[in-house]
Design a protein. Sequence first.
Length: 187
Amino acid sequence: MNNLSVIKYFFEKKVIHYQVKRFEDNRGFFSETFNKKTFKELGIKEDFVQDNFSFSLKKNTIRGLHFQKPPMEQSKIVFVVKGSILDVIVDLRKNSKTYGKYIHIVLSDKNFQQVYIPSGFAHGFCTIEDDTSVIYKTSNFYSPENEETILWSDKDLSIDWKIEGKEAILSNKDRSANTFNNFSSPF
């Protein structure tokens, strides 16, 4: 696995935070952001079927906490093309000892790190800079009827989004999402 190196495993080695290798020269750099063979060596066997591009104009934009329930559950690979985010992952697996716990990781165009998130976890992020672009691969197609959102500011989860100075910028859907206590995990 010479094109990436694992930084840390989370949630019983289910979530993988890793560094992608960059090959730099006088023109700039080249990087292989996804390689199915390398991921298979890490134990990741899903087929990724859709790429999504998210652009956020302003710092303090929060997207999430999103997931899809079975039979359309999704694993994700997340990386930042421009800017930086605080990436947040919440364990939704009922029988897990880390159920309801979260982690956050800073991903940026400068650190060139990525995160693999399997199904069974909610995902969201907060932009740290204006004009931030994020790409994420998914292992299943978008399915509005299977999409769920947990309230980003849920008191039971107590996520520290590290919002600086002003209010978060949110969609109406994310602002009015279910609380963690009113949610029944399908995982």
